[in-house]
Design a protein around this ligand. Structure first.
Ligand code: ZN
Length: 164
């Protein structure tokens, strides 16, 4: 079973099957340095993109450096990730994948800053790579922030910016 990295309609580069991959196949291991989540956040605090994969309860991450880190997110994925008993993370086919198909799994992002818009193009696209639970948490936070924001705006009425 062979896979290649090439340019993707979803995002930048992606990983594509060259051969048929039967459902259940472990395709790639998500290899990289295992480190505490906080250490990774400090390391990458100024970078817009990171290739971090949360493992276990999310306290640790894998700082990806292999082909697996190029596998894109999709809301209608053909792969999932599986963590084995030794803490290795595998990207595994959840259905038969045809030659030429792009591999994708659902990232279910649960933290991070800013938007993580999804461009997977599937009919059931959530519009974001955040997990459904994280979307709910963010909506609650936004609702709180916007009610505070209204009050701040009234108090902060100032002359137009000097920079303009
Ligand atoms: Zn999507």
């Amino acid at each position: 079973m062979r896979v290649i990295v090439r340019s993707s309609a979803i995002h930048a580069a992606g990983v594509f099957a060259l051969d048929r991959i039967p459902s259940g196949t472990r395709i790639l291991e998500y290899t990289g340095e295992h480190m505490p989540h906080q250490a990774a956040d400090d390391l990458y605090k100024d970078r817009p993109y990171t290739y971090l994969f949360g493992v276990g309860d999310g306290a640790n991450v894998i700082d990806g450096y292999s082909m697996a880190m190029y596998v894109n997110h999709s809301c209608d994925p053909n792969c999932e990730t599986e963590e084995d008993e030794d803490g290795h993370v595998w990207i595994q086919a959840i259905r038969d994948i045809a030659p030429g198909e792009e591999l994708a799994y659902d990232y279910y992002l649960y933290d991070g800053e800013g938007d993580a818009p999804c461009t997977c193009g599937s009919p059931n696209c959530r519009g974001t790579m955040y997990s459904p639970d994280e979307i709910k948490r963010r909506r609650r936070r936004e609702a709180r922030a916007s009610s505070n924001g209204e009050q701040k705006k009234k108090r902060a009425a100032k002359p137009a910016s000097l920079n303009s």
